[in-house]
Design a protein around this ligand. Structure first.
Ligand code: ADP
Length: 400
């Protein structure tokens, strides 16, 4: 294994998350977050391994300034973790949408940048920000190799019948409207880890991964290939999420426009930001910690919300079991999947037909890979904490 430090960059429209990871030990050397880039109140949080967390309030006019600040901090004589930029051997960029052009990660070249730009239409909020991050890093580290790791790439193995929508085919031909899926790095990392934990060949397994965070998606991986996933053209489809609706009858949009006197854009904003468990709970909370507390106190809004959330997950598990003609292992990951035993129990309560039995003692363990099904359980159930940054660092090292 190569011994280099990889800087993993995840750029949002006004934020930049970073981790510096050593490829050999796979340890995080430092990590942090720049917030409010380009707007008032800019702030950087920086945590070197074993050192003190530091917050710097400083304006960042643009992403180039934010990357500059990150690099200055990482190489700072006092709080830095490397002596110079030469000790950063590569940069791995998380890119949200790779369209149909990218079925795997790739070294960034001018052609790759152009191809990512072509996908801006498909992810207008995310891809332009990702590109700004790439350009900022190239300007400040012109000689360092960089890789693009796509959220969509893992799902490119889906067969046509899974990625096509039932709309005129020319919309696919003309506009590339189809299911793409997201969270691919996480689905890939977790499913590979499940095979490792089971000591089985990845290619021999039927795996369902439930990535349940604020954004939530579920995927089916059969014989080493993703065959279906719940997010679609955009991350709005599929499961009920923190604030996103997930699946609904498309006619609801016109109905609401008429009833509420709102535009399509305004209703889409409601579906993205005011729906999901936040909307279902009557605006109570999008956070499962709040919801669980209220659920246990018998609050009807929290009860209906958590039940609907778990039911939707269970319904997808059923669909993907059918898609794969069986399932060997189900994995839970991300904020809720890793930290909310109650949600896992509620999902499993629908899955008796798969012979699933949870070991409630194991189900209470947190922060590590755990088999939460009993030895008798016909289908294995795991909690596997996801690690997208490590997966991006590994992909980057493999490419350079
Ligand atoms: P994203 O990366 O999509 O923003 P996360 O994977 O961080 O989301 O998940 C965030 C969600 O995880 C929170 O909304 C919260 O409901 C849930 N969560 C995080 N920690 C806990 C916890 N200790 N107990 C219950 N739920 C938790």
């Amino acid at each position: 294994m190569k011994d280099i430090n990889v800087l993993v960059i995840n750029c949002g429209s006004s934020s930049l998350k970073f981790q510096l990871i050593n490829s050999k030990s796979e340890e995080v050397i430092a990590k942090g977050l720049c917030e409010r880039i380009g707007i008032e109140g800019g702030k950087m949080t920086y945590s070197p391994a074993g050192g003190e967390k530091k917050e710097t309030v400083t304006p960042m006019k643009n992403h180039t300034q934010a990357v500059g600040l990150v690099l200055d901090t990482l190489t700072d004589a006092e709080i830095g973790v490397v002596k110079s930029l030469d000790e950063i051997g590569a940069v791995g960029h998380r890119i949200v949408h790779g369209g149909e052009d990218f079925a795997s990660s790739t070294i960034i070249t001018q052609e790759v940048i152009k191809a990512i730009e072509k996908c801006n239409d498909l992810a207008p909020l995310h891809n332009p920000a990702n590109l700004i991050g790439i350009r900022a890093c190239m300007e400040l580290m012109p000689k360092t190799p960089m890789a693009a790791v796509f959220d969509t790439a893992f799902h490119q193995t889906m067969p046509e019948e899974a990625y096509l929508y039932g709309i005129p085919y020319r919309y696919y031909e003309d506009y590339k409207i189809r299911r793409y899926g997201f969270h691919g790095t996480s689905h890939s990392y977790v499913s590979h880890r499940a095979a490792e934990l089971l000591k089985r060949e990845y290619e021999d397994l039927k795996i369902i991964v439930c990535h349940l965070g604020n954004g939530a998606s579920i995927s089916a991986i059969k014989n080493g290939r993703c065959v279906d996933t719940s997010m679609g053209l955009t991350p709005l489809e599929g499961l009920i999420m923190g604030t996103r609706s997930g699946d609904l009858d498309p006619a609801i949009i016109e109905f609401l426009c008429n009833k509420e006197g709102k535009s399509v854009n305004e209703i889409l904003n409601v579906l993205n930001k005011e729906s999901g468990v936040l909307g279902l709970s009557g605006g109570f909370s999008s956070d499962f910690r709040d919801l669980e507390k209220a659920y246990r106190a018998g609050d009807p809004a929290a009860i209906r919300t958590m039940k609907a959330f778990a039911y939707r997950v269970a319904k997808y598990v059923g669909a993907y079991t059918a898609a794969m003609n069986g399932v060997d292992v189900i994995c839970f990951t991300a904020g809720i999947g890793e930290n909310n035993p109650l949600t896992r129990t509620m999902v499993a309560s629908h899955l008796g037909y798969l012979g699933i039995e949870l070991d409630e003692e194991a189900n209470a363990i947190r922060g590590e890979d755990v088999l939460i099904s009993t030895p008798e359980s016909r289908t294995k159930v795991f909690v596997i904490p996801t690690n997208e940054e490590l997966a991006i660092a590994r992909e980057t090292v493999a490419l350079i």
